[in-house]
Design a protein around this ligand. Structure first.
Ligand code: GLR
Ligand code: MG
Length: 429
C-alpha cells in the first residue's frame, strides 16, 4: 500500500444560499466554499471541505504544494507544515466581533481552518485505503446516529428583486408566527426536536416573543437563541431572565469573556459559545471565569476532527459541555461532523447544521436526517462520493463571478435591499 500523496486538487465553488438574516446583514445568494481532494500513489482520493473566501484560498494553495510526497497517515505533520505557511498580517484581527460571527481571527486560526479540510481529506483517503470508516480511525463510534437541531433563521421570502439567485421554498419568517411555521417545516421534513433561532436581527423583545411562541408550539423541546453577541450586558441579563425557564441555553448573548461570565453568574442560564472560545488559547480564562457552559466546536476552525476530540476532552475535564457549531456547509463537512460527533462520549446537545438550507451539494447522494439524526456511516472513509459534474458546475459559477461573491459579505448583501445599511456596531441593543 502506497499512501504517499501524489496530487492535491483545490476547487473553490459558489453554493446557493437563501436570504438568511443575522445581526450583520443577510446571506448573499451564493456563498464560497473550498473542496479539497488528496490523491495517493495508489489512486485513492480523499475529500475535505472548508471556508472558500480568498483569505483561506491564499493559505490553502501554498499548503497544498507542501503536501506532495507525504503519506495521508501523517496527520500530525499537517500542523507542522501549516506553521510554514505565512499569513498576511492584514488578515489577522484579534477582536471577537471581526467578520462578526465566529470570534477572533488569529493567524493560527486561519491556518487551522485550512488544515482541517486537508485533515478530513487525508482521513477519508486513509479510511478508504484501509477499508475503515473515519470514526474508526478516530477511535471508534460510541453512538450509531448523531442528533442535529433545526437551525431557524429570520429570512425573507426571496433575495431582493433583480438579484441572480436560486429560489427556495421556505417562505418568509420575520415574526413569531413565521418562525413557528419554519420550525414546523423543519420537524416535518427532518424530524428535528431541538430548535435554535438565529437572533440579533430584531429588537430583543421581538425575539423573546418568537422564542415564547416556539415554547408554546413545541412544549418541553430544547430551545436556543443566538444573537451573535449583539446585546449589551444589561440586555443579555434581561433576555436571560425572561427566557430562562424555556431555554436549553443562550448562545453568545454578549461579547467577551467577562460579560459572558457575569450573565452566567447573575442569571444561572447556561451559556453556549462559538465566539468567545474558538481557540485553545481562550479556554483557560473563559472556563476559569465560568463564562461558558457549552462550547460549540467547529472542526473547521478548531483544526480538524482530532483537535475537536481534544477540545471535547478539555471540556470534559472542566465539566463544560460540548456540541457542534455550523456555518454554511455541504455534505462533506456534515459527514465529517457526524463521524467526529459519533466518537465524543459526552455530547449532550443536538448539533447545529446549516445543511437543510443548502439545496445544492457536491455529493452523488445527499446525507439524510431521519428523526433529526444522521446515521453514522460504516463505509470506508467518510462514506460519501463526490459528484464531479456538480462540482464543475459550482466551480464554473465561482470562475464566472466578478469577485463580488468570492468573499462572504452579509452587509454588502443587505445594502442591495437597504443602501443605507452599515454593519451595526456592537452591542446593537
Ligand atoms: O452559531 C453561529 O454563530 C453561526 O452559525 C454563525 C453563522 O455565520 C450564522 O450566523 C449565519 O450563517 O448567519
Ligand atoms: Mg453562534
Amino acid at each position: 500500500m502506497n499512501l504517499a500523496i501524489t496530487d492535491v486538487r483545490l476547487t473553490p465553488i459558489l453554493v446557493a444560499d437563501p436570504p438568511l438574516l443575522n445581526t450583520q446583514g443577510v446571506h448573499q445568494p451564493y456563498t464560497p466554499r473550498l473542496v479539497v481532494e488528496v490523491v495517493t500513489a495508489d489512486g485513492v482520493t480523499g475529500v475535505g471541505e472548508t471556508y472558500g473566501d480568498t483569505k483561506y484560498l491564499e493559505l490553502a494553495r501554498p499548503f497544498a504544494e507542501r503536501l506532495k510526497g507525504r503519506p495521508v497517515s501523517d496527520l500530525n505533520g499537517l500542523f507542522t507544515l501549516a506553521d510554514q505557511v505565512a499569513v498576511d498580517a492584514s488578515r489577522v484581527e484579534n477582536a471577537v466581533d471581526v467578520g462578526g460571527l465566529r470570534g477572533v481571527q488569529t493567524a493560527d486560526k486561519l491556518r487551522l481552518s485550512v488544515v482541517s479540510a486537508f485533515e478530513v481529506a487525508c482521513l477519508d483517503a486513509l479510511g478508504k485505503a484501509l477499508g475503515l470508516p473515519v470514526h474508526a480511525l478516530l477511535g471508534g463510534k460510541v453512538r450509531d446516529a448523531v442528533e442535529y437541531s433545526a437551525y431557524l433563521f429570520y429570512k425573507w421570502a426571496s433575495h431582493p428583486d433583480g438579484v441572480t439567485c436560486e429560489k427556495d421554498d421556505w417562505g418568509a419568517a420575520v415574526d413569531p408566527a413565521g418562525v413557528v411555521e419554519q420550525a414546523r417545516r423543519f420537524t416535518e421534513r427532518y424530524g428535528f426536536t431541538s430548535f435554535k433561532l438565529k437572533g440579533g436581527v430584531f429588537p430583543p423583545d421581538e425575539e423573546i416573543a418568537a422564542v415564547r411562541a416556539l415554547a408554546e408550539a413545541f412544549p418541553g423541546h430544547p430551545l436556543r437563541l443566538d444573537p451573535n453577541g449583539a446585546w449589551s450586558l444589561q440586555t443579555s441579563l434581561k433576555v436571560a431572565r425572561e427566557l430562562g425557564d424555556v431555554l436549553e441555553y443562550l448562545e453568545d448573548p454578549t461579547l467577551g469573556t467577562p460579560a459572558m461570565a457575569e450573565v452566567a453568574e447573575r442569571t444561572g442560564v447556561p451559556l453556549a459559545t462559538n465566539m468567545c472560545v474558538t481557540t485553545f488559547a481562550e479556554i483557560k480564562e473563559a472556563f476559569t471565569a465560568g463564562a461558558v457552559q457549552v462550547v460549540l466546536s467547529d472542526h473547521h476552525y478548531w483544526g480538524g476532527l482530532r483537535n475537536t476530540q481534544q477540545l471535547a476532552a478539555v471540556c470534559r475535564t472542566f465539566g463544560v459541555g460540548v456540541s457542534m457549531h455550523s456555518n454554511t456547509h455541504l455534505g462533506i463537512s456534515l459527514a465529517a461532523m457526524t463521524h467526529v460527533a459519533a466518537t465524543v462520549p459526552d455530547l449532550h446537545h443536538a448539533c447545529d447544521s446549516h445543511y437543510p438550507w443548502q439545496s445544492e451539494d457536491v455529493l452523488t447522494e445527499r446525507l439524510a436526517f431521519e428523526g433529526g439524526r444522521v446515521t453514522v456511516s460504516d463505509a470506508p472513509g467518510l462514506g460519501v462520493e463526490l459528484d464531479r459534474e456538480r462540482l464543475a458546475v459550482l466551480h464554473r459559477r465561482w470562475l464566472d463571478d466578478d469577485g463580488a461573491l468570492r468573499d462572504r459579505d452579509d452587509a454588502a448583501a443587505m445594502r442591495v435591499a437597504d443602501p443605507e445599511w452599515v454593519t451595526p456596531s456592537m452591542p446593537r441593543w
